[in-house]
Structures are given as C-alpha cells and as structure tokens.
Design a protein around this ligand. Sequence first.
Ligand code: FES
Ligand SMILES: [Fe+2]
Length: 366
Amino acid sequence: MNAPPLGTLGLPPDAYLDPAVTAKEQARIFRRAWILVALDSELATANDFVTADLGGVPVVVQNLGGEIQAFRNICSHRLARIQCAPRGNRPLTCPYHGWSYGSGGIPTVIPDNRESFGYTDADRAGLALRRVSVARRGGFVFARVAADGPSLEAQLGSDNAALLDHLGTLFDTPFDERRLPWASDWKIGIESVLEVYHVDAVHPETFRPFTQRRWEVAKDGDHSRGKAYLSADSAAWWENVRRRLSLGRSAEFPDYDHWFLWPNVAIGMTDGSLVSVQTYEPTGPQSCDLHFRLALARPTREGGSQAVRRAAQQSLSEFNVRVLEEDRTVSESVQRNHPHAHGPARLGAGETRIVDFHETWRRWMA
Ligand code: FES
Ligand SMILES: [Fe+2]
C-alpha cells in the first residue's frame, strides 16, 4: 500500500460546513455526474417511478409503457411536483390540476383543454417535461441532469461497468431497502466507508470479528476498491447459509470486497453471496440520507424453506443497521465538531482511499 506522505491533511473544515460549498457541489458534482437513482427491479412495471433530488433539481424516473424515462419533476402547467413519493406506482399525472404525461413527457391529458387552453398537438409537444438523461448498466439505473458529458461507461470505467453487469446477473431483488437520515455531510459518510482503521474502535462486536485484519486497496480513476478476507468464523457461517438457502455465489469475490463509485455509491459484497448498495445522498448542508439496499445471490435451485430464508434476511438486515448506526454515531460527532476544529483531519497509511476521494473532489470542484 502506498502511504500518503507524512502530514497529509483532509479537506478544510469549511468543506463540510459552508452552504456555499454545498451549492457548488450540487452544480459541479451532483448535476454533472451520473447518479445512481434506482435498480431495474424498482422500475419493472408500467408506471413504477422513483424520485430523486439531483444537485437540487427534482427528478422523476418512470417506467412509461416499458421504457425508463426521466424528467424534471416539474409540471408544465403551474410547476407543481408531479410525483411526490420517493417511490411508487401511479401514472405521471400532476396532483394539482390533473395534467397527465406520456412518453417523451408530452402532456396527453389536459382537463378541459378545449375550453381552458385550446392547445393543439404541436402545442402539447412544446409543453413536454424537460428531459433528464438516463443510462442503465447491470440492473442499475443512473440519471444525469447535465445535458452533455461523458457516457455512463466512461464515468464508471470498464472494470466497474463489468462489475455492475456481474452484480446484475448474480443478485436477486433486494430484500431490504431503507433511507436513514444522517446529521452529517455526505462526504463524512463516504469517508467512513473508505477505511477499516476505525473498525476495532467503532465496530468491536459487529464488523471486527467478521473479517481478518488484512485490507488491500486499489485506486481506479475517480473510484477505488478495498478487499478484506473473511474470518474463519464468518466463512463457516456463510457456508452454512449458502447451503441452506441454495445461494449462488460470485467465484470472483468470495471474501469481502468493497467498491467506491464516484461520487456517492459504496458497494460491499460478502462471501460473493450478499451485496449491499449504499448511496450517500446530500439533503442539505451538513445532512444526508444513507440509502441502502441489501440483496442475496439468486438461489441455484427452486424450493428451500421460506422461513429459513426470512430468518437469514432478518439477521442480515439487523447486522447491517447495527453497523450503520455505529458509523452514524461517530460520523455525526465528526460533523458537530467541525465548526470548532483547529484544522483539517490528518490522514495516515490506512486512509489512502480518503486521500484519493479528496483529490477527485477537488478536481470536480475546480
Ligand atoms: S400544476 Fe400541474 S396540473 Fe396544474
Ligand atoms: Fe464503519
């Protein structure tokens, strides 16, 4: 591992505090980059939708007659929010006066059009919702507010694009999906998953016994990855679960592998048979939502006890939430201390992925 030079510092405390920095991040990062907004399984049926805030821009991503399309979530009539829930299934119909939108975001129903407006078909086309770019890879759906920019593949790099394909073929629909509000800047959340130096102190009873101490890291453009080896106890636990649930498994990643995909996605794969996908979504200066999804590998054969499956899923959910609560507690303390800090953080040999994250952040913000 390449240690950062002695005396390497983190970002200035203002980067985690100043609303002007947050506004600039929205413009330079979250409106310019491809952002993970959904999984295919969440948009599988006609009229399934998810909403997202991408750099302050309200976005709706919707299955319209089998095609996934994304728009600014702003009605062309009097600018109301069209889909208000984070996720659901309903037509793309505005709740204010009932304008309804079809493919291309063109209003197909305008109540009392003849009496009230007299719009022709050509007028309607001109009233289409503003498009947001969508790209999918391996069952992961990304959206980008900026009209132009590199392709999703160019942003991800070929290894990560292949990784998403691999995950798409291997994993079932998530058995758990939640948003946990964190009173910390999104970057503090990301930093908490880019090193395992904190594991002994923060997760002595959860994550600590789960892996061996060895941690290998690699940088991959704007992204990075880490690898730990499962402890003998957890390898045995997983072998038992895999057998009882007839779980498939990634032959390539049989231990604990972790990927950070710029700007805000963290993927962890355990035993090649469990995947956790986490996004740290800014909700304001000094706050974010940790949005996680947990999925097991698809079974290799039908049948097996549903009760055993549910019990395993429940214990994995509880373990995950417990670890994340431990991370949240310490991350929120870091946030609270920033206004009073005597200088930036200090970064050591185990924290090179954070140094790389900061380098990428500086470049995108420049
Ligand atoms: S604001 Fe949407 S229909 Fe009136
Ligand atoms: Fe942690």
